[in-house]
Write a protein that binds this ligand. Structure first.
Ligand SMILES: [Zn+2]
Length: 340
């Protein structure tokens, strides 16, 4: 990544400018805090997340949860150096049994959820519709798919009632062994418009990783006690001070700062790290765009047996609705008959 826009707040001889005031929606902004040996990204989603969530019309807590999954997916997928797809998927025993977010490099994303409507309504009525409760327990899988001839990489981590932030921390601790902190936020903005108030979804997130040159500085304190005998004092690990400081900064970010269109991504990282000096890189766009097409759906229908297709016909037509973007495709049976 080319360090285009330098936002140096230290007094070394690099051109300095003030952080941009206004937010640029639907972008991801990489940054570096060299003094803390840390790098990160801020994602800010406006129209793109509203497009995805409005297309589904899920109950608001489900939309919020899916929005969090989208933010996490963009934070992780946008860092891939390869061309391909990054797919984040949950499979759990809670009211929301599945989330799928599909990120295609460099900038396209789509997402959907499967849930039990009655169980979601009951959770809302009981005041237990936070993300962790909606998910319940199960697995979070992250897959990198580089195309037909390439190996797929999959990382899996347990979801344990704690939500997506907690699962991300656990994944990086166990699998990647990189100290990582993530904050995710999703909210609804109400603006006055013609014909009444308009609701739109906004989302944002920040990720920070501690990447010192010396690997022994990356130890973290929250490791399992292991098979230490009962009553043994837990092994006290002295975490690196730079990481303790960086992590605390990310933990201090409030939801409203991540979704407020009046706080630009640059101002957010400046607010957090200006005492240490922070450099931002060129931001990159993110857009909501599904990969479904009439040709693709037609090919999928042709792959079914004649008998299966016959059962799909209703009022002389086969109607397929994309689960990701809610686009509807209508075919006459003869259009998707087997090729002769
Ligand atoms: Zn679609």
């Amino acid at each position: 990544m080319v360090p285009e826009h330098r936002l140096e707040m230290t007094n070394i001889d690099i051109p300095v400018r003030a952080p941009a005031l206004t937010s640029v929606d639907d972008t991801i902004l990489p940054f570096e805090v060299a003094a803390l040996d840390s790098r990160g990204r801020v994602v800010r989603l406006g129209p793109s997340i509203d497009t995805i969530l409005a297309a589904h019309d899920y109950p608001p807590p489900v939309a919020k949860l899916l929005g969090e999954a989208v933010v996490l997916t963009v934070l992780l997928g946008s860092a891939l150096k390869i061309e391909g797809r990054f797919i984040l998927q949950t499979q759990t025993d809670g009211p929301v049994r599945m989330l799928v977010v599909d990120f295609t490099t460099p900038d396209r994303m789509r997402a959907c959820a499967r849930f039990d409507g009655d169980a979601v309504a009951a959770a809302i009525a009981a005041g237990q519709a936070d993300s962790g409760a909606l998910l319940g327990r199960g697995l979070l899988a992250m897959t990198i798919d580089q195309g037909a001839d390439m190996n797929r990489y999959q990382g899996v981590v347990a979801l344990d009632g704690g939500g997506l932030e907690a699962a991300a921390h656990e994944y990086f601790r166990r699998s990647e062994q990189i100290p990582t902190r993530v904050r995710l936020a999703v909210g609804e903005e109400v603006s006055a418009g013609h014909g009444g108030a308009r609701h739109s979804w906004r989302a944002g997130g920040v990720l920070l990783q501690f990447l010192p040159k010396a690997a022994e500085r990356m130890r973290t304190a929250d490791l399992d006690p292991g098979d230490a005998p009962e009553g043994t004092a837990p092994h006290q690990v002295q975490e690196d001070e730079a990481w303790v400081e960086g992590r605390a900064m990310v933990d201090s970010v409030e939801d409203v700062e991540l979704i407020d269109s009046a706080v630009s991504s640059e101002r957010l990282v400046y607010r957090l790290f200006h005492e240490r000096g922070v450099r931002v890189f060129r931001d990159a766009p993110i857009r909501a765009q599904c990969s479904c097409s009439r040709d693709g759906v037609g090919a999928m229908l042709r792959s079914f047996s004649v008998d299966d297709r016959k059962h799909m016909v209703k009022d002389g037509e086969i109607t397929v609705t994309c689960e990701f973007c809610s686009s509807t495709y209508v075919f006459r049976p003869e259009e998707v008959a087997d090729a002769q």
